[in-house]
Design a protein around this ligand. Structure first.
Ligand code: PLP
Length: 399
């Protein structure tokens, strides 16, 4: 008889957003006349900017001619994109990264989920709680021991160090779902911890483009010592609206090593290259041309405008909720507002209340982990009119 990976029985049936979608669908079927506004899932609503669309259109035309046709892409990404990433995200910012440390991919979800392929199931894992569900679920799938690090108002959403030394630590800043950040000094303490305990930090910087304050790092490699202890994941999804186009990249410094059970020391950069070349066949050429265009002067200007638009929504949500006396976090360096539920309601009770009474959808905090219970996440990725209306409905509910 076929045997399953039994660890899959430990992760529960429903991905959080599938359950949110199920309840919304059921509500809409029963109330077809009501306008439901979603400030729930972190997906984009604003059109992809002209610089990216033009580059993709041009690249698509190249595919129609045998002289300019492209087939399989290099596993690590085309040089034109790697060089653009290197220059704009690192070299121009004075951050030491090399071209062969950058691995272009189809997004940060795949990379954060797949990185465990090159790490032993026997590593001890520390993950902030609440968190993007991929970290906990993929480590459960591999059967790894996980220690959760609560991030709550009492510790200012700054996780304490693990009780037992961790081999691998997941940090995501700016954070999904709390919208909070670590300052450079706070992140330095984690880099020092990792150096001292020979741990690996898996740093998810998918929301880097939303950083607005000077003491908040855009990359963990701004922090001294990080090259020896960290892998960084980046994404074009939220930076430039690539959630449906699919592109991201991962930086694996050549300084990183790990030990086999026989004591042999191997390079993580070489192992990740080996993993990608075996299991991944590259990101589409036309999409990589689109990603390259994000770094052009037009692309930079246009994508910044979209980010400003979303961050104005964040301000509308945050100030609206705060005017009702609700405790809110995030929304300054991130497109998420993490709100304490009123009257100590559970996250799902608040979800049902907003959906049933005023047809506003958010994401229940408990879906991101135990420490998210009693919180609710609103996203700034809606359009402005809907965001304003949703906030007015919440105000009317609590007036
Ligand atoms: N990392 C975090 C923290 C996210 O919130 C998301 C998407 O919501 C991702 C990664 C996925 O990014 P991508 O679209 O590049 O796969």
């Amino acid at each position: 008889m076929l045997k399953l990976n039994e660890h899959y029985t430990e992760i529960g049936n429903n991905y959080l957003f599938a359950e949110v979608a199920r309840r919304v669908k059921e509500y809409k079927e029963n109330h077809p006349d009501k306008k439901v506004i979603s400030l729930g899932i972190g997906d984009i609503t604003q059109p992809i900017v002209p610089a990216v669309i033009n580059a993709i259109t041009q690249a698509t035309a190249e595919m129609a001619k045998s002289e300019t046709l492209r087939g399989y892409a290099p596993y690590e990404g085309y040089d034109f994109l790697v060089q653009a990433i290197l220059k704009h995200d690192f070299t121009d910012r004075g951050i030491a990264v090399e071209a062969d440390e950058i691995f272009v991919s189809d997004g940060a979800k795949s990379d954060t989920g797949n990185i465990g392929d090159i790490l032993s199931p026997n590593n001890r894992i520390a993950i902030t709680d609440p968190a993007y569900p991929v970290y906990v679920d993929t480590n459960k799938m591999a059967g790894r021991e996980i220690e959760l690090l609560p991030c709550i108002p009492a510790n200012g959403f700054v996780p304490a160090f693990p009780q037992k030394p961790a081999d691998v630590i997941y940090l995501c800043y700016p954070n999904n779902p709390t919208g909070t950040v670590l300052t450079k000094d706070q992140l330095k303490l984690w880099v020092d911890y990792a150096v001292e305990h020979q741990s690996l930090i898996l740093y998810d910087a998918a929301y880097e483009a939303f950083v607005s304050e000077a003491n908040v790092p855009h990359s963990i490699f701004e922090i001294e010592g990080a090259r020896k202890v960290a892998i960084e994941f980046r994404s074009f999804s939220k930076t430039a609206g690539f959630t449906g186009l699919r592109a991201g990249y991962t930086v694996v410094p050549k300084d990183l090593t790990a030990k086999t059970s026989k004591g042999e020391i191997l390079s993580l950069n070489a192992l990740w290259r080996r993993r990608q070349s075996t299991k991944f066949n590259g990101t589409a050429y036309i999409i990589q041309r689109g990603a390259e265009a994000v770094y052009s002067p037009e692309g930079q200007g246009q994508t910044k405008e979209t980010i400003i638009y979303y961050m104005q929504n964040a301000q509308i949500i945050k100030s609206g909720l705060e005017s009702l006396g609700l405790q809110c976090y995030g929304g300054v360096n991130a497109p998420y507002i993490w709100c304490k539920t009123p009257d100590n309601m559970t996250s799902w009770a608040f979800f049902d209340l907003l959906l049933n009474k005023i047809q506003v959808v958010g994401t229940p905090g408990s879906g991101f982990g135990e420490a998210g219970e009693g919180f609710f996440r609103f996203t700034a990725f809606g359009n402005k009119e809907d965001t304003l209306e949703a906030v007015e409905r919440i105000k009317a509910l609590y007036a």
